[in-house]
Design a binder for this molecule. Structure first.
Ligand SMILES: Nc1nc2c(c(=O)[nH]1)N[C@H]1C(S)=C(S)[C@@H](COP(=O)(O)O)O[C@H]1N2
Ligand SMILES: [Mo]
Length: 518
């Protein structure tokens, strides 16, 4: 290997290490100033709206709710790749490399400023690039350092300068990655803590949710609970860092095609007679058998009553709800004015909403997928027309209307499980079924290509919540079997077996699972 190739190599490494240290230092500065402007987040947030829908949705499908972490890792890895190119340039043209490094490093600060973030939000990038550039120069200096024998043919990497180079490069890479990881987990922890420390004093509901009947929960180990713990509730949104909103200054504006435009503060909202309802929420990106669905007890004010106060004008057919972070959802006006429990919610399972789920207020609408109804961090309600306005996901290929399709899922047995039949050679299968606002009428289960058998259903909590099902099978031969499930809603719609991808209006097909009888 010639000296020039060796130098290029070291320079490439210096570029990568400088980038990792940049992300790490910036992350620590962002954490200590408690600003949401670590470069990885700023870049991610800027990229999300530019990414093709398919990519975002497949990231959600692949990574579940860990899609944000995957994005941060991708950005840091991408940054390191860019660092490698800059390092490669630096082997020949050091000044140019430095300019590029600083230029790219400052990009998040520029993006932040142009989207209205304050000056303090630029500090992570500024500090990060100062440290990153210093590291770059020090490493290049070490790479240059002539060791004994530079003038001879001995150019082994064991020269003192080179040894220091590799030691420092390895150490700093670890420090940079550890700092990003520590910063990200500290941010997550701070967020969940902020979610449980409630600044809202919740009023007693004017109308409480029904008591849960004993028959509403079946006793099957491994079956999903009827009410989802808040900490287990799926989270889907486009916010890399959920908005931090002060309930004291939060306001909701109701306007558009209405007779009386008005705004409402949190104090005013909490003074209104609030109602408690169990409602199951589902994501349109949920795959067949997936877990982007959950059920909670929500406390809120009926959107119907808010709209009645505003008095929609004739001709309006849609409500465009908007959040603090720019997300919008289009909900049919008639869905929000009929008698269903569509809520402007302030609490979930007895506590103020956690930040991840929309603190201090969000919408919850039974019967529609979240993307067209469940706006978190809601600050704006505009009465309008489908012909005039388009919502966030509609502009990205998803349908304007998003009614929930009848669906069912197998929870028991676990995938690939080996089961030993119980007394009387029984094998139990169990799972969940939902058709929010219509209600589940029947669930049918089939083993292999046998006949559809009717499953036992848990008592219905409300038509807006999911139901558990359970089925017993006898006489199964030893060996592998496939169980499939389908649900029928109270309007007689049978869950279709036709396989269809999630876009534009939810995946269809029947959930199947294999297990072995021993
Ligand atoms: N502000 C905002 N609200 C949002 C979204 C979003 O990206 N931003 N995503 C919607 C989608 S797609 C779903 S499925 C639900 C999920 O609510 P959850 O995260 O509380 O489960 O929130 C909806 N509300
Ligand atoms: Mo969703």
């Amino acid at each position: 290997m010639t000296e020039s190739i060796r130098r290029t190599r070291l320079s490439v490494i210096a570029g990568i290490v400088a980038t990792l240290i940049y992300f790490g230092a910036a992350e620590l500065i962002a954490r200590s100033l408690d600003v949401a402007s670590a470069p990885a987040l700023v870049i991610g947030q800027a990229l999300i709206p530019l990414m093709p829908t398919v990519l975002i949705k497949s990231a959600i499908a692949v990574f579940g709710t860990h899609d944000k972490l995957a994005l941060v890792i991708t950005i840091v890895a991408g940054g390191a790749g860019l660092g490698a190119i800059i390092g490669w340039i630096g082997a020949q043209r050091r000044g140019l490399a430095l300019v590029l490094l600083i230029g790219f490093g400052l990009l998040p600060a520029v993006v932040g400023l142009s989207s209205g973030a304050g000056l303090v939000a630029t500090l992570p990038s500024l500090g990060g690039i100062a440290v990153g550039a210093a590291v770059f120069l020090v490493l290049l200096h070490l790479a240059d350092a002539p060791g004994p024998g530079t003038d001879t043919q001995d150019q082994s990497p064991a020269q003192p300068g080179r040894r220091a180079f590799f030691g420092l490069a390895a150490g700093l890479s670890v420090v940079g990655i550890a700092a990003v990881a520590a910063g990200q987990s500290a941010a997550t922890l701070a967020r969940s803590a902020a979610g449980t420390v409630t600044k809202l004093v919740l009023p007693r509901p004017a109308a409480s949710a029904p008591e849960i009947p004993t028959g509403a929960e079946l006793d099957v180990p491994g079956l999903t609970p009827l009410v989802t713990e808040t900490s287990d509730f799926y989270r889907i949104d486009t916010a890399l860092f959920p908005p931090s909103i002060d309930a004291g200054t939060w306001m909701l504006r109701v306007h558009g095609m209405v007779e009386h435009e008005f705004t409402i503060t949190m104090a005013e909202l909490l003074d209104l007679p609030l109602q408690e309802h169990y409602v199951s929420l589902a994501c349109v990106s949920n795959e067949v058998g997936g877990d982007l669905v959950g059920n909670a007890k929500w406390l809120g004010y009926p959107i119907r009553d808010l709209l009645a106060r505003a008095k929609p004008l004739s001709g309006a057919d849609m409500v465009l709800s908007g959040s603090d972070d720019g997300f919008t959802a289009s909900t049919p006006l008639e869905v929000l004015t009929d008698d269903r429990a569509a809520l402007l919610a302030v609490a979930m399972n007895g506590h103020a909403l956690p930040r991840d789920h929309g603190y201090p207020a969000r919408l919850v609408v039974p019967g529609l997928y979240g993307y067209v109804s469940a706006t978190k961090w809601v600050t704006d309600i505009e009465v309008t027309k489908f012909a005039d306005k388009e919502a966030y996901w509609t502009t990205r290929g998803w349908s304007t209307h998003g009614p929930v399709l009848v669906a069912s899922r197998i929870d028991v047995p676990r995938p690939g499980a080996t089961v030993s039949p119980k007394s009387g050679d029984r094998v139990v299968t169990a799972g969940m079924a939902w058709a929010q606002h219509t209600g589940i009428e029947k669930v049918q289960v089939r083993i292999d290509n046998g006949d559809w058998a009717e499953a036992e259903l848990s008592e219905e909590l409300t038509a807006d919540t999911w139901r558990q099902w359970r089925c017993e099978h006898t006489g199964l031969s030893t060996g592998t079997h496939t169980v499939s499930v389908r649900a029928i809603d109270q309007e007689g719609n049978v869950q279709t077996s036709e396989r269809r991808p999630a876009i534009p209006g939810a995946a269809t097909g029947l959930h199947e699972r294999q297990f072995t009888v021993e």
